[in-house]
Design a protein around this ligand. Structure first.
Ligand SMILES: C[S@@+](CC[C@H](N)C(=O)[O-])C[C@H]1O[C@@H](n2cnc3c(N)ncnc32)[C@H](O)[C@@H]1O
Length: 253
């Protein structure tokens, strides 16, 4: 994974009180993300603030895939208004927060035992004045609340980075798609070795590709300038019969 350079303010947080001497300082930043207009501080339609901690967990950082997926949600916002959205491996949750801002009913999820990430998601929701449900959801595990999820859209930014977890992720995605007729999974990922592995997983899990895009094809140039990598966005739905997806299927927005 490459890093996103979007932090704008920096606030060292020393642990106060009797443990101050023992605990290392924690470098927390608040990054600002702009959507619409010129996507700049002075010209935008939406701003989302994210609390990040680059010294901590993967889920405490805004990854480039998240910037791209959030921009996609913004540009496709008419699809998200009044929809039900579940974000998997949400981490700092930028795409889900944009969905909430444009009127979706959003559940933000991350590893069930990762209280630091889940607490950060709650804080970020408060910071942005959105009322999202925050849920511990570990891929491939079925706790009771998972059965109540019926999303129109499942979001996942940079959730395909550890091949050991791909089947768990796709098991959860397939379950949610079957639990929600007509639903789709929209995910962004670093395309390091071609699209073949994703194709293989779709065949295995009875899914089909609806749309495949170069992540930079719709990104405003001011955002593209600070990101790098070969990032793709794919929309996936259930298809028990004929999974099929190749770069020849690319659609324009
Ligand atoms: C690379 S980070 C991406 C975070 C965020 N989506 C972004 O793009 O900024 C991967 C995220 O997946 C979460 N994750 C990893 N394994 C998971 C699992 N087995 N179940 C649920 N979430 C998981 C991590 O906690 C982390 O938040």
């Amino acid at each position: 994974m490459e890093t996103a350079a979007s932090a704008s303010t920096s606030t060292p947080e020393g642990d106060s009180g009797q443990h101050a001497a023992a605990a290392p300082p924690r470098m927390t930043t608040v990054s600002k993300h702009y959507f619409g207009g010129a996507s700049s501080a002075h010209n935008h339609d939406l701003r989302v603030d994210i609390i990040e901690n680059i010294e901590e967990d993967y889920g405490m950082f805004v990854w480039p895939c998240s910037v791209i997926l959030a921009e996609y949600v913004w540009q496709q916002r008419s699809r998200f208004t009044a929809s039900t959205v579940v974000e998997l491996g949400a981490g700092t949750s930028l795409p889900g927060l944009v969905a909430a801002k444009v009127g979706a009913d959003v559940t933000l999820t991350d590893i069930a035992h990762n209280t630091e990430v889940l607490n950060n998601i709650r804080q970020v929701c408060g910071l942005n004045n959105v009322n999202c449900t925050v849920l511990g959801l570990t891929w491939g595990e079925w706790d009771e609340p998972t059965f109540d999820l019926h999303p129109d859209v499942i979001l996942g930014a940079d959730v395909l980075y550890d091949s050991a977890k791909f089947d768990d992720l796709f098991a959860t995605v397939s379950f949610l798609l079957e639990n929600s007729p007509g639903a789709m999974f929209i995910t962004t990922y670093h395309n390091r070795s071609g699209h073949h592995l994703i194709e293989f997983l779709m065949v295995k899990w009875g899914l089909k590709c609806l749309k495949l895009l170069d992540g930079f094809s719709f990104l405003p140039s001011c955002k593209a300038a600070s990101l790098q990598g070969n990032i793709q966005l794919v929309e996936i739905a259930l298809d028990k019969e004929k999974p099929n997806c190749s770069s020849a299927d690319e659609n324009n927005l």
